[in-house]
Every structure is written in C-alpha cells, then in structure tokens.
Write a protein that binds this ligand. Sequence first.
Ligand code: GCW
Length: 739
Amino acid sequence: MLHTTANRRHPSDPPAWRRRAGWGRAALACWLVLAACLQTVHAEDGYDLWLRYAPVEAEVAADYRARLAQVVAPATNPTQRSARDELVRGLGDLLGSAPAQADAPGGAGALLVGTPASLPAIRRLRLELDSLGEEGYLIRSVDVGGNAATVVAANSDTGALYGAFHLLRLVQARQPIDALDLREAPKVRLRVLNHWDDLDRYVERGYSGQSIWDWHRLPDWLDPRYTDYARANASIGINGTVLNNVNANAQILTAPYIEKVAALAGVMRPYGIRVYVSARFSAPMEIGGLDTADPLDPAVRRWWQAKADEIYARVPDFGGFLVKANSEGQPGPQDFGRTHADGANMLAEVLAPYGGIVMWRAFVYSDEEPDDRHKQAYTEFVPHDGEFRDNVLVQVKNGAIDFQPREPFHPLFGAMPKTPLMMEFQITKEYLGFATHLVYLGPMYEEVLRADTHARGAGSTVAKVVDGSLEGHALSGIAGVANIGTDRNWSGSHFDQANWYVFGRMAWDPYLDARAIADEWARMTFTADPAFVEPVVEMMMTSHQAAVDYMTPLGLHHLMGRGHHYGPAPWVEGGPRADWTSVYFHRATKEGIGFDRTTSGSDAVSQYAPPVAEVFNDPARVPEDFLLWFHHRKWNDRTASGRAVWDELVHRYSRGVGQVARMRDTWSGLDEYVDPERHHQVDRFLAIQQKEAKWWRDASIAYFQTFSGLPLPEGEAPPPQSLEYYKSLEFPNAPGNTQ
Ligand code: GCW
C-alpha cells in the first residue's frame, strides 16, 4: 500500500517535476531551495537511471527521516562501503538530509545493515538467515533496546548491498516501511549481461553509442561510468558481465588485455559482479602459435590451461568463458571433427579448479544442412545431453530462430534434463525497432518464462527449467544481451532503461510480474504520482504487442531489412543462404502464407513435448500469435476472430499502428509530470515510432497483397506508396550492423 499523502496534489500546484525540484515552496529552508536550484541547472538527461533519488514529497519525507535517522553499517571493505555510501547518498537525496552515521544503534530510527559477522547489533538479533544463502537478505522492522529500528541483514556483504538497494527502492516507490518483513534470495545463480562489444568500441546490434569499455585507455584510466554501471547492475541483482562480443576477437586473451580485464574486475568486485569474457575457440592458433585448436589435442589443452592460470593469477574471481562456436562462421570444435561437448568440456576442465564456468551457446545452425533452422539447435544438442561437465551451462536463446519480436519458447527448454540450460534474452532491440521504438520487453520475457514445456507434466514452465528447480540443478543462469553504450542515458532511449531493469529483476526472480516491475521502474525513473504511473505502465504493457502487430503479426518472423535488420523487407530473397532471406520464413504464395512446421511440414512441432506439440500442430488450437509460425494457411481460411487470414493480417498491422498513436497521445498528456528534457525526447521518439510503424504496415501490406490478390478490408487505407518505392529504400548506414 502507498502512503496516501504522497500523491495528493492540488490542481493549482506546480507541475510534479518542478515540485520535486523544490521550486516555489516557501516552507522549505533556504538551503533546500538553493540545492534545488543547483539541481535544475543540471538537466535531466537520464544518466541517473532508476537511481535518481529525487526528493520525496515533504509531507512523507519527515516520516521516512524519522524511521531512517541513523545508518549503522560497517564500512571496513569495499563492498560494505558501497552499501553504506549508497544509503547515505540515496537517503540524503531522497529525504533532503543525509542520515547520521554511527557504529552502534542509538535512539529511534536506526537502520542496521550488514551480516552477523560484520555488525554485533545484527548478531544479537539472532535472525534466521541460513535459508537466504550467499546472496539473499532480509529487511525487517525490529525493536532495538526499546527503539523502533530497521534491519537489513544477510550472510554476505553482497547480500547486504542488495538489501540496501531494496530498501532505497521502497522509499523511491513511496512504500510504507514501518512494518517490514521481507526475505529475498535470488532464484537464479548467474545473472549476467552479455556485451556484444568489440575491442575497437563498436557494439554489434548496439543502438546507444559506442562500447562503454574504453579498452585503449584501460587499465590506467578507469572511467567513473564503470562504477555507475556496477551500481546500477547491483541495484537489480546482476552479478556477472561478459565484456566482449560473442563474435570474439582472440586479442582479449592476450596479456595486455588480461590487464585491462583485471582493472574492470576491480571496479566490479565491490558490487558483487564477476567478469567473464567471450573466448574465441581458435585462439590457440591465432595468438598461441599452434597449428590446431582441436579440443582433444594435448598441446591445445595445455595452452588453455596456461591461459586459465594466467587469467586467474590476475583475476582470482574471474567468472569464466562464454563461447559462440560453429555458428555463423565462428570457429568451433566441429572444425576439428569434435562435438560441442568436447569443446565445452575442454574449457570447463581448465576453469574448474578455479570455480570458473563455461556458458556454451546453443545458437547454432549449419550451412550444410538445409533443415528448418528452427530445428537445428535441438538436433545438434539433445544427443549430447548428459555429456557436459558440471561447470558447463548451455545458453539457449528464448526462441528457436533469433530474438524475433515474438517467438514460441525454444524446444530445447525441457529437452535436456541433464544439462543446466541458461536463458539468453536480448535486451538490445535488434528486431524490435532499435532504441527509438518504445517497446517494454517485460511482457515478452514473462510470456516465455511462464510457457509450459510439459517436460515433466503440466506446470513444467520455462522458468523452472531455467532456475534449475525442475531437474534439481544447482547451477542456473539467465543472460541478457546488453543495450548499454556511451549515450548519456546509457540505453539510447529513456524507456529502454526499463528493459535493462526488467531483465535484472526477472533474472533475480523469473516468476516476477512484468506489470509490477514496470510500475516500480516508472516510479523510480520519473515520479511516483499515480496520475503518471498508471497510464505509463499501461502504455508500457501494451507496447510489445503493438510492435509485434505492426512488424510481424500472426506469427510471421524475420522480415527485417537484410543485414542491418532495420525496417520492413519481406521481399528479401537470394544471397548466400536461404535462411537469411525473408521469403524463406513467410513462404507467401498465391494460395497462402506461413511456415508449415507441423507434422506434415518441417515437423519442428515434434521437438516439443506431446501436449505442447499437439496444440502447436493444430491450426484450430495454436495460439493465434503463432499461427503462421507453425502453419501455412490459405488467405481465405478463417481465424478465431471470424476474419479471413488476409483480413486478420491487415487488421493486426493497423491495430499496431493505432496503438502507437494512442501511446503518443498518452505521453503528450503527461508533460506536467516529467522534466522537459526527457519528455521531449520520448515524445520525438514516439513520433519516429509512429512513422516507422506505419511504414511497416504499408510496406508489408503492399507486398503481401501481390500474393493474396485480395482487396483491403473495408475502412483500411491503402499504402500511400507503391511496393517499388518501399523496396527501393536502402539504409547502408543503419546502426549496429555487423562490421
Ligand atoms: O541475432 C543475430 C545477430 C548477430 C549475432 C547473432 C548471435 C553476435 O544478428 O549479430 O551475433 O545473432 O546471437 O550470435
């Protein structure tokens, strides 16, 4: 429940962003006004993310100040210092004056933060902490010597740091803190960002500037941004980062780069974050002078062992390797006649003594086998279930094709019970409008995590596969391809910060609710005023379906421009491989449209457990969002709405465009709650999105109509340009393309 006073607002009050800054409130002390003035000098540029710590309304600030008057938190090591500094800074900014700091609680309103080992006052409370594990924490309202106090307790300093961020979140979201009894422990062990960042600072599929890693100036120059990156990640529980692109450069494994990696590890360590690198499988040949990278060759194994020893000598808590092997031209064990298991196990063996792990990607598809690309990862990996060492995770994209706007869950989930499967989500929006389209990914992540694999009967959700609970794996992980760059707002757009945020929150707990996360994010990032939060959350929650509708409705997929993936290009055909064309995926003819993956088609459905396969195989039962993913339908076949396939397709394209228009309206009516800088940019980006949504609709309809030969349903506007016009558009400099 919210503090009721927090959001009370009189129509004649100044706008929320001004009130927050303290303008015009005569009751405030002079120094506060001064501080507020200074604050307005610094434009809102999004740099502070959800850690903005904007002042809470004066009427509630007093309550919070009374309850959090004094921070009692040891600071004898860097992690403890991070927690204490964050609390002092956060509470100070939120509540208008920094809390007192003390070694032991005294008087009312003490906030105890630490572990039984770090703080005697916590030890004396005899809290039950065992079940919280290494990284969990509890937050509780307690009585200390007859005074009301709050305790944030954990078994480790990192757990206490996570608890400190949680407490700040409560204040930021204006939650009551007088009767707290919260226990939190992450459900997934490895919560990792994957940066597709090259060593020259180019970011593959990056839409927010250059790589934040300034490799050239490392290790001597540590950009303060690295610390803010670590803080932001720790605040949502992310505990690992893979620094470089999976299309890896072996240079990262050379001595000078290991020094640079070590420097970054030093910044991340106090925040509970381990660093990992993407390893190029052929590195022993490229930088080691060997003439093979065969994983069973003793010299190759010795080379990797020496490399692991070298890395751990510099980075004792190094996380391990991420590997993209035998995929899209990357080298791998198959080049030497070996299997994925041979390759992964060789690396796992050299890391095991140090506690390192291997994240081996299952995003593979062969150029020799012209089988439905949907099926290839399953075909290649399932036979190796049980062969991987116990410090290997197989990292599987959420769907079988490639981060499309919407995909059914990957059939590998539930199909490799003996292997921990790590989820790979994409946070950067390669196929979802880059950074300009407002698309909140929470509903998409939620849909995949809640999907039922039926691997062990009903209720075997993807979340249970991923968190290890379905098969009892201790090792578990979720990875997200980062959307972070040098742009001042980190993610290229203000609303893409929400995707970084929701990724972290769901990696911590894959059962969380996308709407609830949007709500807490909006409160922290903009304002807790419900008149703002409610419409914004609604807009965020509808945004994913809107994008699916205007780009790839009814289960269509992979129709973006070749290479850069910007804009509609359902006409793409020819070139080096069939499955790099759009026509391969939509299969439109005069008769109908869609990829037949039923038992009478490519039979990809049979890779799912029977109850799932039956549903996907049946055009009357398959969720309509996946109709053309699994079925080739005639243009005049009826859909659930009663409309013919052609009419439904057009209807959905237009529905998506209409939804973006509503999002724009919503946002433009919220200017009084948001600072002008951020409001303006979101407004302009929504205008771009609306233009591009319409482009998607028009170009797609113009193209598919050449097959269906059918008129547009009544009331539908024809595309304003010819198909030739849409086909003629070229974007050689679209961002993020592979170099
Ligand atoms: O989605 C595709 C991207 C590639 C990427 C690949 C992968 C890093 O277009 O840019 O390469 O997936 O996931 O390996």
